[in-house]
Design a protein around this ligand. Structure first.
Ligand SMILES: Nc1nc2[nH]c(O)nc2c(=O)[nH]1
Length: 378
């Protein structure tokens, strides 16, 4: 478990290059939405760091590693609130998860209301019904490199996020790095109801589509969102025009087949094939969705489709890569992609033997570029 902690420290340091700090500081800190009410204040005092009530979750570290699941690019809402502890909001429930000495995960609710509902929502959010160890055994049997990486990155799980929350986060993610995306997501999150503070972080329920309507493109631009402001507001407007409600429309995509899900998401401003695949995988039960960007292309041309090395990545080749992943790993190919993607993050390099690295040396010019997409520069 010690090595997991070291890794976390590395994640924070990786986000602190001078240039990135300069760019990040352009983002105006979010204004708190509603001041704490007597109810929320009472809620905070229910579970102070000293008097927390922890309960087991029946997930071992091989099923869920918090440091490999939360700060590695699929959600930007969970905070590292203490050593081997992460806190976030699922629905309206403020929850802290932590690893015990033996690696098992336990949880603590910061409110006494609806504990059963909160636990059910948490298990759903964690995709707990899917056996990660079982999947990885199968992936490892068909791929020796996957097997070698899996030994070092045990417990990197795919989440089942709220689709609207996932969509807005990935609109913030385009050409962006984890530190800056997190600031943007914190900013918009502050539009939602404040549910508590833990470890010095403020937590909010993710704002509803209706709450997003109170923000203008200019306000987001002024807050440092750049061109993403237009996409967020355009998407909010497109969703608001859906008969029956935009959040319901998004949730209904869970019942469709992957190509229809990608087509539907692609009608929203700012959603291209990669962002659509991330939303499909991380919130819409599309376990074989495979996000393809330059980082995944590099992995694919080195290990899966060497005959394509040297070609230019086109939308057609993106599909070819996704198909190659499905051929190799099957109906949960997106879960395999997640491990291979995480293995590329520099924050993981300290724990992965160098013979397993795809990139042997980082390109200093790209490291300087704080706009680089989530991936090997994070
Ligand atoms: N597991 C993955 N996480 C991601 N975050 C992000 O921006 N892209 C990816 C990805 O391809 N896989």
């Amino acid at each position: 478990m010690q090595s997991l902690h070291l890794r976390l420290v590395k994640v924070s340091l990786a986000a602190m290059t001078t240039k990135k700090r300069k760019r990040s500081s352009k983002l105006i800190p979010p204004t708190p939405s509603t001041p704490p009410t007597p109810q929320t204040q009472a809620r905070h005092s229910l579970n102070t760091a000293k008097a927390r009530a922890w309960a087991p979750l029946n997930l071992t570290q091989a099923e869920l590693s918090l440091p490999l699941t939360f700060p590695t690019g699929q959600t930007f809402r969970w905070k590292n609130t203490a050593r081997l502890e992460y806190t976030g909001v699922v629905g309206s429930h403020l929850i802290t998860l932590k690893h015990l000495q033996n690696g098992d995960v336990c949880y603590c609710l910061h409110s006494h209301s609806h504990p059963e509902k909160a636990k059910t929502a948490l298990l759903d959010f964690l995709n707990a019904a899917v056996s990660l160890a079982g999947l990885w055994k199968a992936f490892s049997a068909s791929d020796a490199r996957f097997a070698a990486l899996a030994r070092h990155l045990s417990g990197a799980r795919v989440l089942r996020q709220d689709p609207f929350e996932c969509l807005i986060q990935f609109l913030c993610s385009s050409n962006n790095n984890i530190a800056r995306i997190t600031k943007m997501v914190d900013h918009v999150s502050s539009l939602g109801e404040h549910v508590g503070d833990v470890g010095g972080f403020q937590f909010h329920v993710f704002p509803s589509l209706e709450q997003f309507s109170s923000v203008s493109e200019q306000q987001l631009r002024d807050a440092g969102f750049g061109y993403r402001a237009k996409y967020i507001i355009g998407t909010v407007n497109a969703l608001r025009s859906k008969p029956g409600g935009g959040e319901e429309w998004l949730r209904s995509l869970r019942k469709l087949d992957l190509p229809d899900v990608i087509s539907a998401l692609s009608t929203l401003p700012g959603v291209g094939p990669k962002v659509a695949a991330c939303i499909a995988l991380f919130s819409l039960d599309q376990h074989h969705a495979v996000p393809v960007d330059t980082h995944v292309w590099r992995i694919a041309t080195k290990y899966l489709l060497p005959e394509l090395a040297g070609s230019q990545l086109t939308p057609k080749l993106c599909n070819r890569v996704a198909e190659a992943f499905v051929t190799k790993y099957g109906t949960y190919a997106g879960w395999a992609q997640t491990l291979l993607f995480i293995a590329e993050l520099p924050s993981q390099k300290a724990i992965i033997p160098s013979h397993l690295w795809t990139i042997k040396q980082r390109n200093p010019a790209k490291v300087e570029d704080g706009e680089e997409e989530v991936g090997p520069n994070d």
